[in-house]
Ligand binder design. Structure first.
Ligand code: CP
Ligand code: NVA
Length: 305
């Protein structure tokens, strides 16, 4: 694996390898023999806010021996219109790898192409691959293999997080329900694209019926209603999505063993109630910690190839 640009472009075997390897990486966090990035410098180019992704990547890179340069895109010439392909060709000659959080997926792909250095997608409008790999790792730590399980995403079903879930479900073989109102469901063409590479056990279903979607499932998952860059649509989104909340009633319909997960940040009283957030805090903050272990596992795999 040269880059991690999306779950759409990864094979199920690559996803499985990273998730499985993360158990080893987590267990051996203090093992100094993992400093395989010693002498390297990595750039983190962020056009959007971040707490978890930024800190977990910076800590992970340092634990693997690398130096890190954090670059807010707005402070770079990129923010004044320098093309991504020129930025990429400069950084490709100066640093050993790049982690990018931005809007257009094509920017991450162009950066990888023109820089010729390992490039990782730290969230775009289309995908959040590192998050979903960490979520799957967290589920499997607590409940065993996700293959054959039932997962329901509740909320804005057409943003980066559920889009990455779609490719994970297709390639790792689990059932994914997306409970979202009309206008917030992913396009059928995206589901068809994912299902072209599906393995047995994979199924993806979108429905506006929240109750049906959560009945008996093994995990209920949500994300913010207003993704970064969508702030101008706030009023419409709050109105349209208000029935799609993880609350006591939603949870009561799922399996008694169901995990409630959230990529964070959480907006209590919107996509999740404070009560359900706090009742599931151990799992949700474990997810946040696991970003570190899974991303180190990604960095180690990229270093190997
Ligand atoms: N979940 C996640 O990516 O969080 P940040 O936006 O804080 O990085
Ligand atoms: N869908 C959210 C994820 C935040 C981690 C966003 O893009 O803002």
């Amino acid at each position: 694996m040269k880059n991690l640009l999306s779950l759409a472009s990864m094979s199920g075997a690559e996803m499985r390898d990273i998730v499985n390897y993360s158990h080893h990486v987590k267990k051996h966090r203090k093992d100094t023999s993992m400093k395989v990035l010693e002498g390297q410098t990595w750039a983190m180019i962020f056009s959007k806010a971040s707490t978890r992704t930024r800190v977990s990547f910076e800590v992970g890179l340092r634990e693997l021996g690398a130096n890190v340069i954090f670059l807010a895109a707005g402070d770079m010439q990129l923010g004044r219109g320098e093309p991504i392909k020129d930025t990429a060709r400069v950084l490709g000659r100066l640093v050993h790898g790049a982690i990018i959080r931005t809007f257009a997926q094509s920017d991450v792909e162009d950066f990888a192409k023109y820089s010729c250095i390992p490039t990782i997608n730290a969230l775009t409008d289309e995908e959040h691959p590192c998050q979903i790999l960490a979520d799957i790792f967290t589920f499997e730590e607590l409940r065993g293999p996700i293959t054959g399980k039932k997962v329901t995403f509740v909320g804005d079903g057409d943003c980066n997080v559920p889009r990455s879930w779609i490719f994970a479900a297709a390639k790792l073989g689990f059932e994914l329900n997306i409970a979202a109102p009309e206008g917030f469901q992913p396009p059928q063409s995206l589901i068809d694209q994912a299902m072209k590479d599906s393995v047995p056990g994979a199924a993806i279903r979108c429905t506006p019926n929240l109750q049906d979607a959560v009945r008996g499932v093994d995990m209920i998952y949500t994300d913010v209603w207003i993704s970064m860059g969508k702030e101008e649509e706030a009023k419409h989104r709050l109105q349209s999505l208000q029935g799609y909340q993880i609350n006591r009633q939603t949870v009561s319909l799922a399996s008694p063993e169901a995990l409630v997960m959230h990529c964070l940040p959480a907006y209590r009283g919107k996509e999740i109630t404070d009560e359900i957030m706090e009742a599931n805090a151990e799992c949700i903050f474990r997810e946040a910690e696991n970003r570190l272990h899974v991303q180190k596992s990604i960095l180690l795999r990229l270093a190997k190839d």
